[in-house]
Design a binder for this molecule. Sequence first.
Ligand SMILES: [Zn+2]
Length: 168
Amino acid sequence: MFRPHGAAKKVSSPAAVQPVGARNSVMKASLNPHSDFITKRIADICKTNRWNTKIIDTPHNEFVRDFTDNVFTNLIRTTFTAAYLKKHPCADCGAPSTERCHGLGEERPLLIARALARVWPDTSVPIMLRDIICAFLEEHKTTAFALKCKACHAKETATLKTMSASPE
Ligand SMILES: [Zn+2]
């Protein structure tokens, strides 16, 4: 008498729990695997006395054009260090990763533009470079940003070129 009751309980309770578990796994899947690490690096940047430079009256597209290939490229390189890459093999094939890859349609300039729209809607109000940098890093949490090997990154870049070369 006890056994079937216990067995029934065992079957019914995971079934009742399942929807919540399923929802949790969906949430985890949509959050970038590097999110916790990014949160820590943002906290580090807030603690430093760097990036106090203030910017004002600059259109977003000009800011993106002037700072993408220097400040923000270096930021990604110094945030996701060689030591960090060593701990995170290629997201596609598992080989040692060497590249920091922004997903298709989530390239660096687009993430900077998204960050600017969020934290600096009114360019007549001065903003500290630090706030833009933190917002830019934050944007990565909802993207497919990944660490990959050279071959897999090249494959991704080739896809991008094909997409932009195709008509429409
Ligand atoms: Zn790979």
